[in-house]
Design a binder for this molecule. Structure first.
Ligand SMILES: *[C@@H]1O[C@H](CO)[C@@H](O)[C@H](O)[C@H]1NC(C)=O
Length: 437
């Protein structure tokens, strides 16, 4: 494979306007604090500018020059997106003052898979005195004068004795206007990234398996097919793969980037007691026909870690004609997308261990377009939780605003588009991550 010699690599500066998970990873590790002050200034600017933007009252996308901000204004959810600060000089690894913090941050970026991955348990017995079920305390609330009632969802299967997971539902948790505003913001964020994505895989084997039974089946795939230092294929190969891969699409925004985040936080807190400061970014994901997401847990099976996702809230932003249910196969629970409907559940059992019974999937959409908002909550706040990463890796070399697709396994529904670049595709990063485990 042709490779660009390192010294000829252009320092890429993807200007981002927005942000995603993988389900992917949420809070990304800090690679270096160098851009922090830019970021903070920009953030302050955004906050100050918010009022002005609101009064405009129109939906605008401005692809502004470097160092300016992009505002997307919708009726209810006005989402200001920071242009990303310049890239770091390289794909350097997180600097860790404290090894434990570093380890957890890295864990934080892991794609949660179908529950097979094991990881070392971190025990904080004292800190786990508060149980998860105590932290997720769903109740009826009033929103703008209307009653939003909670209902516990009971599965069609007999509840496994060991299952600690409880799933609750709220109808009209978000108003139609809020849903519409969020959907518009998402679709605009996606459309700003009009470049074809660069596609990354969790391994050579995963790439091989995706190519089986396709026109590329005779291609001999080796690690040479990945752009040097990454597990991503180059732009032209990515383009070729577009026809054979399907993916869902995620964009994200962060606390304080829009008025909506505090409105949502307050509502979630009243309805569940999930603390705003323990939440990560806000991720909007859309699924077109035929697209779903494989079964997975939101936390890492076997993990007992205060920095894992202890609770999830998911809101459907519109109805889906057919398909697109959220299914918990172990509990026999299947939830149909319905505009404004929220579901929330705990992922960890009462002693804080990731519970395999929380396994769930997004069933493929059969007819319609599914769009959801999600936020994950952790036992405690930690460094970079809920903060937009201040830098991104500059590998592979890519165009401005070029998104990426991450295929983290071979399963159907394992590929997801993100407008935000992470580190998981960097070979060096993976090696260090392995050593830490
Ligand atoms: C891109 O990758 C493909 C597959 O590995 C390879 O055949 C092709 O030469 C590469 N193109 C460039 C421009 O590097």
């Amino acid at each position: 494979m042709a490779k660009t010699p390192a010294k000829h690599r252009k320092n890429v500066k993807p200007k981002r306007n927005s942000s995603s998970s993988q389900q992917h990873s949420d809070e990304r590790p800090e690679v270096s604090g160098k851009n922090h002050s830019n970021y903070q200034c920009a953030l302050i600017f955004v906050i100050l500018a918010t009022g002005t933007v609101v009064t405009l009252g129109i939906a605008v996308i401005m692809r502004a020059g470097p160092d300016s901000n992009v505002h997307i204004t919708t009726d209810d959810a006005e989402i200001s997106l920071l242009k990303r600060p310049d890239q770091k000089e390289s794909h350097s690894l997180p600097e860790k003052a404290d090894k434990n913090v570093g380890t957890s941050e890295i864990k934080e970026t892991e794609h949660r898979t179908n529950g097979l991955k094991q990881s070392s348990a971190h025990n904080h017995p004292k800190e786990f005195q508060e149980t998860i079920l105590k932290q997720l305390k769903p109740r009826d609330i009033t929103v703008d004068g209307r009653l939003v009632k909670v209902q516990e969802l009971i599965g069609s299967k007999k509840r496994p004795e060991k299952a600690s997971i409880r799933v609750y539902q709220f109808e009209h948790f978000l108003s139609d206007q809020e849903c519409d505003g969020l959907m518009r913001a998402h679709l605009r964020h996606v459309s700003v990234h009009s470049e074809d994505p660069i596609i990354c895989f969790d391994s050579v084997d995963t790439l091989r398996r995706h190519l089986r039974n396709t026109q590329f089946k005779n291609m001999k795939i080796t690690s040479e097919d990945f752009t040097e230092g990454t597990t991503c294929v180059n732009a032209s190969f990515s383009k070729d793969l577009k026809s054979i891969l399907g993916w869902s699409t995620s964009t994200a925004f962060y606390p304080g980037e829009t008025k909506f985040t505090s409105i949502f936080d307050e509502r979630v807190y009243r309805a569940t007691e999930l603390k705003p400061s323990n939440g990560g970014k806000y991720q909007i994901t859309s699924y077109r026909n035929g697209i779903g997401y494989k079964t997975h847990t939101d936390c890492t099976i076997g993990n007992r870690d205060l920095r894992d996702r202890m609770g999830t809230i998911l809101v459907y932003l519109q109805d889906v004609e057919e398909g697109g249910q959220t299914e918990f196969p172990e509990l026999g629970i299947s939830v149909r997308p319905r505009k404004g409907r929220a579901i929330t559940w705990n992922n960890e059992d009462i002693d804080g261990t990731c519970d395999p019974y929380s396994i769930h999937a997004a069933k493929p959409v059969i007819k319609g377009h599914k769009i959801i908002l999600q936020r994950w909550y952790y036992y405690q706040n930690f460094y970079m939780l809920g903060k937009r990463p201040s830098s991104e890796p500059d590998l592979p070399v890519r165009q401005e605003l070029q998104p990426y697709v991450s295929c983290d396994e071979y399963d159907h529904g394992s590929c997801r588009w993100y407008d935000e670049w992470g580190y998981d595709h960097l070979v060096q990063y993976r090696q260090v991550k392995k050593q830490l485990h």
